[in-house]
Design a protein around this ligand. Structure first.
Ligand code: IPM
Ligand code: MN
Length: 365
């Protein structure tokens, strides 16, 4: 399986190094071969090729089975126009890969409940899947841009019935594999796109009578996420709402550094941690690689058809946390054993290989 690796900017390369460990461990353990081809994206690509998504990088992505990205964004490019910024590379890549369904699972590990800004009893039960529509809405709709002399600017939120239908199907299907509840989040008291969203999601729900559907306004959802996160199972929402709510949900689980994501639906899936490039801590070896490693687990599940190994990897992450190992962001007030980015990667790899060993021994008998 060929994977294009796009480390990108800031802490992207550091966390990717720890993610790649897992592929190497699988390569040496099984007769499988994950072939990793590294290319520049974002600010790193602007520096070497003058574009945030060079043709050569895009070509490599389109010729692989999956794409794995670290993070993009660097303050030195803040002054550039929208189309030239590092972020433009990621948005173009998402559009080219055509994955419209962005899965952002946010669950609070019991070992980390004290790192949550919420009290333990509230944080503990949090286990939500934010399903974010990734190719429409304000991020991509036309018209957009600045008016004459930059006296005004405009963006457009547009959704077609078809775009809503396809993401809604993914939402109900995901809910079927979880606790069978979809909360569709919109702003239907103000926006026409949301009124259409509500209508279409309701009509798609008829194909899934076993799944409970509720509708909620986005402002209320932001509130319920901090007052009672365990009431949510799947949150199905449009692009910008999903961007905002997924950072909120991530913080509730203890740290934004913990979350992985998968973007599916376009043929070539894209995997990336939910966190950004965090330029303030880049290069210090203190970033949390668990979001990147959780994204590897999602790749094993959604692209490599290795569901058992995906579970093993997620269990390995939990084992390491249960044993008290913490990167700085999840060290809490009474740090136990604070690890570097690399130590954390090594610990998870070790725990993972241990599980593979046991699986192998079992099958050998
Ligand atoms: C995310 C990020 C991106 C987004 C940025 C870097 C363009 O915030 O993946 O959540 O807004 O989608
Ligand atoms: Mn975001």
């Amino acid at each position: 399986m060929r994977i294009t690796l796009l480390p990108g900017d800031g802490i992207g390369p550091e966390v990717c190094r720890e993610a790649v460990r897992i592929f190497h461990a699988l390569n040496s353990f099984y007769n499988c071969k994950f072939e990793i081809i590294e290319k520049p994206v974002g600010g790193a690509a602007i520096r070497v090729a003058g574009s945030p998504l060079p043709e050569n990088t895009l070509e490599a992505c389109l010729q692989s089975e999956a794409v794995f990205l670290g993070a993009v964004g660097a303050p030195e490019f803040d002054h550039l126009d929208r189309g030239q910024k590092p972020e433009a590379g990621l948005l173009r890549l998402r559009a080219e890969l055509r994955g419209f369904a962005n899965l952002r699972p946010a669950a609070c590990f019991p070992a980390l409940a004290d790192c949550s800004p919420l009290r333990r009893s509230r944080a503990e039960g949090a286990d939500v899947l934010i399903l974010r529509e990734l190719l429409g809405g304000l991020y991509f709709s036309e018209p957009r841009g600045f008016g004459e002399n930059q006296e005004y600017a405009c963006n457009t939120m547009r959704y077609s019935v078809e775009e809503i239908e396809r993401i809604a199907h993914v939402g109900f299907q995901q809910a079927r594999m979880r606790r069978k509840k979809v909360t569709s989040v919109d702003k239907a008291n103000v926006l026409e796109t949301s009124q259409l969203w509500r209508r279409v999601v309701t009509s798609v729900s008829r194909f899934y009578p076993d799944v409970k559907l509720e509708h909620m306004y986005v402002d209320a959802c932001a509130m319920h996420l901090v007052t009672n996160p365990s009431r949510f199972d799947v949150i199905l929402t449009e692009n910008l709402f999903g961007d905002i709510l997924s950072d909120e949900a991530a913080a509730i689980t203890g740290s934004l550094g913990m979350l992985g994501s998968a973007t599916i639906g376009g043929g070539i899936n894209l995997y990336e941690p939910v966190h950004g490039s965090a330029p303030d801590i880049a290069g210090k070896g203190i970033a949390n690689p668990l979001g990147a490693i959780a994204s590897v687990a999602m790749l094993l599940r959604h692209s490599a058809q290795m569901p058992h190994e995906a579970n093993d990897l997620e269990d390995a992450i939990e084992n390491v946390l249960d044993a008290g190992h913490r990167t700085a962001d999840i060290a809490g007030e009474h740090p136990q054993h604070v690890t570097s980015t690399r130590e954390m990667g090594e610990l998870v790899e070790c725990a993972f290989v241990d599980r593979l060993d046991r699986r192998f021994a079992y099958h050998a008998v």
